[in-house]
Unconditional design. Structure first.
Length: 365
């Protein structure tokens, strides 16, 4: 089902986009179960309103496969472990497949010993962090997910791109309230937000990017001209050193702890960008955690207090001009409900990309 939305958008229902995405991943050689897992993670981004990380990236994954940087049939394996920890080699598989596998290992370890911690090497872009952290919720666990990414971010006081957008997600269950889900890049804006602005020929807000000389910029295409994304905070005066530190923590947990690449040597997502000369590790790195709540206190008591905590924030008095205080996860959950009912909008350039994939692989779109 497809229908026209305003201006240059078309709206597609979830099941059609899911089936199409599964078909594309199958066409590049993914086993059916892994194609389904990858499609579920990818579409989770579209449903939750993170359009930069959804089907807009599907052609990018295919291009990585074209240049043999993605292995469609990886032999994912644990290469080191203790009762509560593991390191996983993703065998250059889709991060959309490797990450759920790794998160499940963390969950299984938490079931056995209370907590599970898994670092991953030799993987690729894994979609949205929340898709993996939220796997823990149905097990009465807190889930943690993070990943490093290709260098687009200049640390505070630098013009060199040294870090990725390096997102973190923490998901915690509640009793009657919806789960708390904090999913954030450690930059002021993720690169995908720039891609959305590029498709709309729009400028960025101040504080998102800088030019090649380190000057403030609002050019959404500035990365292609030697510029950089800025850490969360934008500049030192507004706390960018804290965003820089958070991004560094993610890089250390995801890259150095696992034996993946790190800092400016993390492989780029665009297939046309050359690989870094130096490769200190293997592929992109991720880090996952699962914490059984009853390893700390009774789960029901924790979830009851989470309800109380969430309700307290919902009752907080809004500042002038604002309707209500949001709890992390609220906007994405509301968007998911809306898009499951009314469809997922795709801008013209993304729909065109998918049509080209449909023609190439002889799939209906």
């Amino acid at each position: 089902m497809l229908f026209l939305c305003h201006m240059q958008e078309t709206v597609h229902n979830y099941s059609n986009l899911y089936d199409f995405t599964v078909a594309v991943f199958t066409k590049i050689g993914c086993p059916q179960n892994e194609a389904m897992a990858a499609a579920k993670v990818l579409l989770a981004a579209d449903l939750r309103g993170i359009d930069s990380h959804g089907v807009a990236r599907l052609s990018g994954y295919v291009r990585l496969w074209d240049v043999k940087r993605v292995n469609a049939t990886p032999q994912i394996k644990v290469i080191h472990e203790t009762p509560s920890t593991a390191v996983i080699d993703g065998d250059s598989g889709l991060g959309l497949v490797v990450a759920p596998f790794a998160m499940q290992v963390a969950i299984n370890k938490a079931k056995n010993v209370g907590t599970g911690w898994v670092s991953v090497q030799n993987s690729n872009h894994y979609g949205i962090a929340a898709a993996h952290a939220m796997m823990a919720l149905e097990q009465d666990m807190i889930g943690i997910s993070m990943t490093n990414a290709s260098p687009l971010v200049a640390p505070t006081f630098s013009i060199d791109k040294m870090l990725g957008t390096n997102p973190i997600c923490v998901a915690a269950p509640a009793l009657n309230q919806p789960a708390f889900v904090a999913d954030l890049a450690t930059t002021t804006a993720a690169n995908g937000k720039l891609e959305i602005l590029q498709r709309k020929n729009a400028d960025t807000p101040v504080g998102w990017v800088q030019d090649a000389e380190g000057n403030a910029s609002t050019d959404a295409n500035i990365l292609k001209k030697g510029g950089a994304l800025l850490p969360l905070g934008g500049d030192r005066e507004h706390g960018s050193h804290k965003g820089y530190a958070l991004g560094a923590v993610v890089d250390i947990f995801s890259g150095i702890l696992s034996g993946a690449n790190y800092a400016p040597w993390v492989p780029p997502f665009p297939a046309y960008v050359p690989m870094p000369d130096k490769q200190p590790g293997k592929g992109i790195g991720h880090f996952f955690g699962a914490m059984r709540i009853d390893a700390f206190r009774p789960a029901e008591a924790f979830k009851k207090d989470m309800d109380d905590w969430i309700e307290g924030f919902r009752k907080a008095k809004p500042s002038p001009g604002n309707e209500k205080v949001l709890v992390p996860g609220d906007p994405e959950r509301e968007m998911q409900k809306e898009r499951m009912e009314n469809g997922i909008p795709l801008v013209a350039s993304v729909a065109e990309d998918l049509k080209k994939l449909a023609e190439r692989f002889e799939i209906n779109f």
